[in-house]
Write a protein that binds this ligand. Structure first.
Ligand code: HEM
Length: 419
């Protein structure tokens, strides 16, 4: 580590290292007590040897990182694809060609130009227009379940909703949807650095099939537009007055799957668990579902699906008491920021009427989640249906198991529930 740290004693630094190792080695299922300690040790910014990065725990520092994309670059993820991709393998090369175009991992001006094609897609009007589709997809999936069923909601309903919905919104025909789900799962695997060798080759081959399919769909919609999202995106000009190249467009279509699926699945699993733990809140929402939008906001704050994001400094900078060198990776933590008592009163209390709930779950600044309005709508519709059709749902007979790697989504391996 080459940064200079002011105001942190050696014992504080050793304690912080031990807590970070516990977080990133996957031995902790409840990270919040650790975040509480890490926020208060020194300036709340600590080096992780496991992640080769500074993890940032306080609300104001996390927000500051989102506010300054010139200083805190998003061009970090695909920087060294050679670490798990083979430049001599033509499929790997094609895959990287797509993924290096993802606007999520780009800075302005590339990010600004690509993101501008979404400006008509996730507006309040567009979201309202999708509501009937969200209702239909949710109701259709719930037809598979009956009152009294003892099921694990994670691999079933919670995972099915976002995939079925994004497929429907994009305009993937119904008969292709199960294939689409398999493709989406394979694409999600390519973001997991522990997927290597043959497993990675397989995930990439399947992802390229998804890309080829989306290319066909985009070509069809260019020739004959419908009212789906692909039609909208192929016909929206960027703010520079041009259209995205094919490869750029396909990359952005697939990132909608990667960014929106597991996160929304986590929201459903986390939200359901929170309601099981807070029967008064649940009774209030069952009696008055109009309170659901603020309750969903609180679920998002209380259990953020993503606890760490990635950034890289473009020049030496001071953050907290640290002077951080150029080119250093930072891990701002929305999971910790959302529980920072400097910003939220009683942050560990789940309060469905919390006023002014400016959580950082969708982050902050130019990369603020494009799909946030859709995720909020999905959350509201899903919980309205669950509370209405299964008002007495309770914990299932098998134990619920949490995931434990803080740098992967905060979610459940299994979340059994009796409907
Ligand atoms: C509860 C569900 C969700 C959560 C917690 C979430 C969280 C986030 C966060 C934290 C970011 C910022 C990442 C960064 O800057 O490093 C982000 C960006 C993004 N999200 Fe979401 N997301 C959710 C749902 C969705 C959905 C449903 C979609 C689309 C269908 C989506 C599409 C995107 C895209 C395309 C970006 C990149 C935006 C940019 O870089 O400008 N997300 N999301």
């Amino acid at each position: 580590m080459s940064a200079t740290t002011l105001g942190e004693t050696e014992s504080e630094s050793a304690r912080a290292s031990a807590l970070l190792h516990a977080l990133f080695s996957g031995s902790v299922t409840d990270p919040y007590p650790l975040y509480e300690e890490l926020r208060e040790l020194g300036d709340g910014i600590h080096w992780s040897d496991d992640m080769h990065a500074y993890a940032v725990f306080r609300y104001e520092d996390v927000r500051k990182i989102g506010s300054d994309p010139g200083l805190f670059s998003s061009d970090v993820f695909w920087q060294s694809p050679q670490s798990f991709h083979d430049p001599d393998n033509s499929e790997h090369r094609r895959f990287i060609e797509y993924n290096s175009r993802l606007f999520m991992f780009s800075d302005p001006p590339v990010h600004t130009r690509i993101r501008s094609i979404f400006r008509h897609a996730f507006t309040p009007q567009a979201i309202q227009a999708w509501r009937p589709l969200v209702e239909e997809v949710t109701a259709e999936l719930l037809e598979n379940y009956h009152v009294g069923d003892d099921i694990d909601i994670m691999p079933g309903f919670a995972a099915d909703v976002p995939v079925a919905l994004i497929a429907a919104i994009l305009g993937v025909p119904k008969q292709k949807r199960s294939q689409f789900r398999a493709w989406s799962l394979a694409y999600a695997l390519t973001f997991d650095p522990s997927v290597v060798g043959e497993a990675r080759d397989q995930a990439i081959t399947t992802t390229l099939e998804l890309m080829d399919y989306l290319r066909e769909l985009a070509d069809e919609r260019r020739a004959e537009p419908t009212d789906d999202l692909i039609s909208l995106l192929v016909h929206t000009e960027t703010t520079d007055g041009d259209h995205l190249q094919d490869v750029e467009l396909l990359a952005q279509l697939t990132i909608l799957l990667a960014a929106g699926n597991e996160t929304t699945t986590s929201l459903i699993g986390n939200g359901l668990s929170i309601l099981l733990d807070h029967p008064e809140a649940r009774a209030e929402l069952t009696a008055d579902p109009s309170k659901l939008p603020t309750a969903i906001e609180e679920m998002l704050r209380y259990e953020a699906p993503l606890h760490f994001l990635f950034r890289k400094t473009t020049r030496e900078t001071q953050l907290g008491d640290h002077v951080i060198p150029e080119g250093t990776v930072l891990l701002p933590s929305p999971g910790s920021a959302n529980r920072d008592p400097r910003h939220f009163d009683n942050p560990d209390v789940f309060d469905i009427s919390r006023p002014d709930n400016k959580h950082l779950t969708f982050f902050h600044g130019i990369h603020f989640c494009v799909g946030a309005p859709l995720a909020r709508l999905e959350g509201a519709v899903v919980f309205e249906h669950l509370l209405k059709h299964y008002p007495d749902f309770s914990a299932g007979s098998e134990p619920a198991l949490r995931t434990s790697h803080s740098n992967s989504p905060r979610t459940w391996k299994t979340r059994p529930v009796r409907l």
